[in-house]
Design a protein around this ligand. Structure first.
Ligand code: SF4
Length: 205
């Protein structure tokens, strides 16, 4: 049986309704993939604005993330350059205590390998937020987010780069950690530029 193509996996994922009984706004898988993408963002889960628009990172957090990456919207939404695969593809709802609920735990085990593995041109994988960092770095992640980010002030040998979630809360977090803007963001922009320029001879971001 031939291997599943990225198109086939994306079509199947976009039709997924596995969590329908527990999703307050219903299933709407939101992601952006392409066989030529050089940079992959593994994030948390879409928010309400992304759910309503169908566009990932369609909010102020997205504006902040684009600023961190040194990308405008046309580059960010060019799937030929940049892929976006959240830890949970659908908006998961709110926690009773406030804030968005965690990504649905069923989602990444079901879809990540099918969507990510066929993207063989990816040079740099940005792990955005604690869910993505814990899932993908495992024991390499420090207990504190700041320590994890500071430990990886350049991409790992395999091109993974952990980042905080760029929500409004991160503004005060970053103000207390001036090294983030002074050291991490320049390293991040350099890694993104290198990944986009890479001719395919290297897997390092
Ligand atoms: S969150 Fe993931 S597993 Fe659940 S319905 Fe959406 S795409 Fe399917």
């Amino acid at each position: 049986m031939p291997a599943e193509t990225l198109d086939q996996a994306a079509t199947a994922a976009s039709r997924c309704t596995l969590c329908a009984p527990v999703l307050p706004l219903g299933p709407r898988p939101i992601f952006q993939v392409s066989p030529t993408a050089r940079v992959l963002i593994i994030s948390q889960a879409p928010g309400t604005k992304a759910h309503l628009s169908g566009i990932p990172w369609h909010d102020k957090s997205g504006d902040r993330l684009r600023d961190w990456l040194g990308m405008d919207r046309s580059q960010f939404y060019d799937s030929g350059l940049l892929a976006i695969v959240p830890s949970g593809l659908c908006y998961p709802g709110r926690l009773a205590a406030g804030g968005d609920a965690p990504p649905r735990p069923e989602c990444a085990p079901l879809w990540h390998h099918r969507l990510i593995r066929p993207m063989r041109q990816v040079r740099l994988t940005l792990l955005v937020g604690t869910y993505a960092i814990r899932a993908h770095l495992g024991r390499k992640a420090a207990a504190a987010l700041g320590e994890t980010v500071q430990n990886f002030a350049a991409p790992l040998a395999d091109g993974r780069f952990p980042l905080p979630h760029p929500s409004w809360r991160t503004r005060s977090w970053a103000e207390r950690r001036p090294w983030f803007e002074a050291e991490i963001l320049p390293a991040l922009r350099q890694a993104v530029g290198q990944a986009l320029r890479d001719d395919g001879g290297s897997t390092k971001g």
